[in-house]
Design a protein around this ligand. Structure first.
Ligand code: RNT
Ligand code: ZN
Length: 424
């Protein structure tokens, strides 16, 4: 249902007063939310297939499930879908690319030869739509990763190939970074690992550390343009027993080499939460990256919803004033529903959590805590949950010029009918 402006206004007036009574500046909260950047992953639009041609698709322990029609089949379709999605999403967005989205235009080159030329269309697209770019080397879905190893491979030819790929990606990211007003954040995720218990657990980790060192030593790139992050992981499909890039390895690497650590919400044991790790990790490094996803019983990469962990993550960042130190990217891939809708739902939910965090009476809560008044802290935390957030969100969407409420769904349905359903 499309809400009319008069109705939105009357709800907003009431809600604003409720928040004001708690000392919260609603206008400031909306302003801050509009400045908070969410990096949107390109790979939701095409099931992680990429643009290089010849097969593609997720591998290395990750998997997209579902066969909803209308998958973007090339860069142009993906850009068209992405534009459609962002027309329904408020706030500041960045576009997060993987190296496998290189457009080769018939050129016979491999990932150890890529330059910014293979991303010219993406650079142009980012410029036209005022989107910054983030980047990822693609250390998977390639014959040289078929045995499950990349940077930690014992096969010299393969390892050298992946090291060169990492170097190329940093050079491309530097071009991206120079074209935009925020650094290009690179996430290095390596799927390397074993299905069953290995005999040598030390060798692969030593090789991975050495390979990463070689990649980063190749070129000193200003942090003004590029920030490198390494992502830890617990396990993958077929990589259940041993992951080379475990949390300890990647955390140690990031701390000792002054890199960023990436924490993906799906990469921990089911009872562990990333929201609790942010303040710990930031004791040892100035900046970090998050991959916000939704693990359902395992690292399933479901669409982000407004659940308590998502809310908690943004509360941790915003309530503690860590906005300049934590980069937020989304990382999920669902092919069982309309892919444009999957983007819209996930990113709108992240934005909702941001706005909610800015509307949270954090100062009052911290004061109560300092006074040992844990009764009032709990009471207030719980009452805050039923404060009238909805009307503020509606007003924020209205101000941002994006659909209010579920009105965006009609636009997605029309797009499915006119565009997506014709992709056969
Ligand atoms: C895999 C990691 C990684 C990927 C993307 C496609 O478990 O989360 O970030 O999902 O690079
Ligand atoms: Zn991730």
């Amino acid at each position: 249902m499309a809400l009319n402006e008069k109705l939105i206004m009357s709800g907003y007036e009431y809600a604003k007063e409720v928040y004001q009574a708690k000392g919260i500046d609603v206008d400031k909260a909306m302003e801050n939310t509009a400045k908070f950047t969410i990096s949107m992953h390109c790979w939701q639009g095409d099931d992680v297939v990429g643009c290089e041609g010849e097969g593609g698709g997720a591998s290395g322990g990750i998997q997209t499930t579902g066969n909803y029609p209308g998958r973007a089949r090339n860069g142009d379709e993906l850009r068209q879908d992405f534009l459609k999605a962002i027309s329904m999403i408020p706030g500041k967005k960045k576009l997060n690319l993987h190296a496998s989205y290189a457009e080769l235009h018939g050129k016979k080159i491999d990932r150890d030869q890529y330059t910014a030329e293979e991303f010219a269309d993406w650079i142009q697209f980012a410029k036209e739509n005022k989107l910054g770019l983030d980047f990822n080397p693609t250390y998977f879905s390639h014959p040289y990763a078929a045995d499950g190893f990349t940077l930690s491979s014992t096969v010299k030819k393969h390892r050298d190939f992946w090291i060169e790929h990492g170097k190329r990606v940093r050079e491309i990211a530097e071009v991206f970074g120079k074209n935009q007003d925020a650094p290009c954040v690179i996430n290095h995720w390596m799927p390397d690992g074993y299905k069953d218990t290995p005999a040598d657990t030390v060798g692969p980790r030593a090789r991975m550390v050495e390979a990463l060192d070689e990649i980063f030593a190749a070129k000193d790139i200003s942090e003004e343009h590029v920030l490198d992050a390494v992502e830890s992981k617990l396990f993958g499909i077929g990589v259940e027993s041993y992951t080379v890039g475990s949390n300890e390895l990647m955390m140690g690497y990031a701390v000792s080499r002054k890199k960023l650590l990436t924490l993906d919400t799906g990469h921990f044991h089911p009872t562990e939460v990333v929201s609790d790790k942010i303040s710990a990790v930031l004791q040892f490094m100035p900046k970090m990256l998050l991959h916000i996803s939704r693990p359902v019983r395992w690292d399933s990469d479901h669409v982000v919803i407004l659940d308590s962990e998502t809310t908690r993550i943004f509360n941790e960042i915003i309530g503690n004033g860590l906005e300049d130190r934590v980069f937020c990217a989304l990382d999920y891939f669902d092919a069982s529903i309309n892919r444009v809708a999957a983007w819209v739902i996930g990113v709108r939910n992240a934005q909702k959590a941001v706005l909610q965090a800015y509307l949270c009476p954090n100062k009052e809560l911290q004061k109560l805590e300092a006074d040992y008044d844990y009764t009032a802290r709990l009471a207030l935390q719980e009452e805050a949950k039923s404060m009238p957030f909805g009307p503020i969100w509606d007003m924020y969407c209205l101000k941002q010029g994006v659909p209010v409420g579920d009105a965006w769904l009609d636009a997605v349905r029309a797009y499915e009918k006119d565009v997506l359903s014709k992709r056969v």
